[in-house]
Ligand binder design. Structure first.
Ligand code: ISE
Length: 337
């Protein structure tokens, strides 16, 4: 650690929190993990071993009172974001908040209100796909017009399995939440409606889940989007998109790991988790956030983006119950222009 390093407090040391602790400690320049806020003592101890400059706190307030942090990375489950964001905003801290901003639009709106008491946006939301090189190339292709008019986006989002804590609504709020952010960003158009169709149930789905599902979105510009959301595929982790243009196709997210020819079979390694599939995107996201904090700004999706996605998620959860649901977003406050 150098005296100019940004002292980051990581809140939550679960899968993503621990991943970010290792990332900041090993690969990010200009920052160090100075605090880990985590009530589970085992997780907290493991995280502080991984980040030698850090101290463990069981409550955020204690880390703030101790003056232990310059900035906060919030990586708890979504339902705990608001109680972390409000005191952090009150302390005027720059924040990187893992997705979702909060699980519903009402609580996201409260966060926007608190942030607007400050002089400028302090929250960057961790929609890491925007930092993935392939997504960036596809966005650029669409925006350039070189491939002609975009007419459809066909997305797949497949997880090998999900933890026991994963419930039906999380198909939307924990998983499709990413497409609700990245699709409008790619297509340059907001979501107008959301609909959900159920496939034949996967016999390997956990008892409590009805999936896979197909999420259909109509965008304001008429582009039609489908997302296969499938969380029990067993074989690996896949996130891909096929962009259908007027006379051409573009595809991202194909398996690109180790290729082997063996016993008469050709195979390509596949990811098992989002932590490896998007590792480079997470690195770029955190490095750019740290650099931006040094300039007194953010460099990525802001809390307004998080709010819009919360509105889309609400529509998506409603659509799990059937019907075509409109996505109604109020006018953007000038603060986020
Ligand atoms: C998980 O929480 C993530 O954010 C992953 O990116 C997503 O693919 C997965 O479905 C979620 O459960």
């Amino acid at each position: 650690m150098t005296s100019t390093d940004l002292r980051v407090g990581v809140v939550g040391a679960g899968i993503m929190g621990a991943d970010h602790v290792a990332r900041i400690t090993q690969r990010i320049s200009g920052a160090t993990v100075s605090a880990v806020v985590e009530p589970d003592t085992g997780r907290a101890a493991a995280a502080t071993v991984a980040a030698p400059d850090s101290r463990a706190f069981s409550r955020l307030e204690d880390a703030l009172d101790a003056g232990a942090v310059d900035a906060l990375l919030v990586a708890t489950p979504g339902q705990f974001h608001e109680p972390m964001l409000l005191p952090a905003l009150e302390a005027g801290l720059p924040i990187l908040c893992e997705k979702p901003l909060t699980p519903d639009s009402e609580s996201s709106w409260r966060v926007l209100e608190a942030e607007q008491k400050l002089d400028r946006p302090h929250i960057q939301v961790g929609f890491m796909r925007r930092f993935d090189a392939e997504y960036q190339a596809l966005k650029q292709l669409i925006a350039s017009g070189d491939a002609g008019e975009l007419v459809m986006l066909r997305c797949v989002h497949r997880n090998p399995t999900v933890p026991d804590s994963y419930q039906q609504s999380m198909l939307i709020t924990d998983s499709v939440v990413h497409e609700f952010d990245v699709v409008p960003w790619l297509a340059g158009s907001d979501i107008r409606t959301v609909e959900v169709k159920y496939a034949r149930r996967n016999p390997r789905s956990p008892e409590r889940l009805r999936e896979p599902i197909l999420v259909l979105m109509e965008l304001e510009n008429g582009v039609l989007v489908d997302v296969e959301m499938n969380v029990s595929v067993q074989f690996g982790y896949q996130v891909g998109t096929e962009a259908v243009f007027e006379s051409s196709l573009a595809r991202i997210g194909q398996p690109s790991g180790l290729q082997t020819w063996r016993d008469g079979t050709f195979s390509v390694a596949e990811h098992q988790s989002y932590t490896t599939r998007f590792a480079a995107a997470y690195d770029a996201q955190i490095q750019r956030w740290v650099d931006a904090v040094g300039r007194g700004t953010i460099d990525g999706p802001n809390a307004w983006d998080g709010y819009r996605v919360a509105v889309a998620c609400e529509a998506g959860v409603k659509a799990l119950g059937g019907g075509v649901v409109e996505v109604d977003v109020p006018e953007r406050p000038a603060f986020y222009a």
